[in-house]
Design a binder for this molecule. Structure first.
Ligand code: FMN
Length: 225
C-alpha cells in the first residue's frame, strides 16, 4: 500500500543533498527561430518522441484567484495554433471564475526527461462555442457524462453522490447524443511572453525569453540563469 509511509511521525526531511546535473542539450540564441511558437512546436515534438513518459501535453495553469492568491493546477493542452494554447475545463470551476475576473494567466511545462521548462504568460479567453462543441463530441461518452456530473471545485459530501449521479445520467442518456453543457468548454491562452529553459551543467542553464512587442513582432533575449 503506497500510503504506509504516513505512519512515520517525523515530518521533516532535509533535501539538501538532492542534486542533478543537467547535460542533455543546449539552447543557443542564434539557433532559435523568430517566432517562439515554432520553437514550442519543435520542443514539443522532440519531447513527445523521446520522452513520452513526461506526459508531454500536461501543463501547469496558474491563475490569480478571487482571494488574490495565485493558484496552480495541471490541465491538458489539447491544441496549439499560431494564436495560442487551448485547454478544456468547467467555466464555473475555481479557475473558470478566476479567469473571468482576471484573464492574465501563466502556463508552464516541465519536461523532466528532456531537462526543459517552458513558461508562457498570456491572456485567456473562451473559445467559440462551436469549437467547444466539436471537441466535446470527440470525447468518450464517459468523459462527456463526467463533465456533466461534476460541479468542478464545489464541496461535495461524499463520492457516492457523484457516482450515483453518473449511473442515473447513463440511464437518462442511453442511446441519445450527449450535448455539451454551457458551463464546460475551452479557453485559449494567447501568449504575450514565452520563456524556454534548457538545463545545463553547473547551474549555467540556457534561458531564451521572447516578448511580444507592441509593434506586433517577437523580441528575444538571453536571460541569466
Ligand atoms: C495530469 C492531469 C491532467 C488534468 N487535466 C485537466 C483538464 O484538462 N481540465 C481540467 O479542468 N482539469 C484537469 N485536471 C484537474 C485539475 O488539475 C484540477 O484539479 C481541476 O481542474 C480543478 O481545478 P480548480 O478547482 O482550480 O478550478 C488535471 C489534473 C491532472 C493531474
Amino acid at each position: 500500500m503506497i500510503f504506509n509511509s504516513c505512519k512515520f511521525v517525523t515530518m521533516e526531511k532535509d533535501l539538501g543533498s538532492y542534486r542533478k546535473s543537467y547535460e542533455k542539450s543546449e539552447l543557443l540564441l542564434n539557433d532559435t527561430p523568430e517566432n517562439p511558437l515554432a520553437l514550442f512546436r519543435a520542443w514539443f515534438d522532440e519531447v513527445d518522441e523521446h520522452f513520452p513518459e513526461d506526459e508531454t501535453n500536461a501543463m501547469t495553469l496558474s491563475t490569480i484567484g478571487l482571494n488574490g492568491f495565485p493558484k496552480n493546477r495541471v490541465v491538458l493542452l489539447k491544441k496549439f495554433t499560431s494564436e495560442g494554447f487551448i485547454f478544456y475545463t468547467n467555466y464555473e470551476s475555481e479557475k473558470g471564475k478566476a479567469i473571468a475576473k482576471n484573464p492574465k494567466v501563466c502556463l508552464s511545462f516541465f519536461w523532466a526527461g528532456a531537462e526543459r521548462q517552458i513558461i508562457i504568460k498570456g491572456k485567456a479567453e473562451k473559445i467559440a462555442k462551436k469549437l467547444s462543441d466539436g471537441y466535446f463530441k470527440s470525447r468518450p461518452r464517459g468523459s462527456q457524462l463526467g463533465a456533466i456530473v461534476s460541479q468542478q471545485s464545489h464541496i461535495i459530501e461524499n463520492r457516492d453522490l457523484i457516482e450515483s449521479k453518473l449511473i442515473a445520467l447513463e440511464k437518462e442518456f442511453e442511446g441519445k447524443e450527449i450535448t455539451r453543457p454551457d458551463y464546460w468548454g475551452g479557453f485559449i491562452v494567447k501568449p504575450v511572453s514565452i520563456e524556454f529553459w534548457q538545463g545545463r551543467p553547473n547551474r549555467l542553464h540556457d534561458r531564451i525569453y521572447y516578448i511580444f512587442n507592441e509593434k506586433d513582432f517577437w523580441v528575444k533575449n538571453r536571460l541569466a540563469p
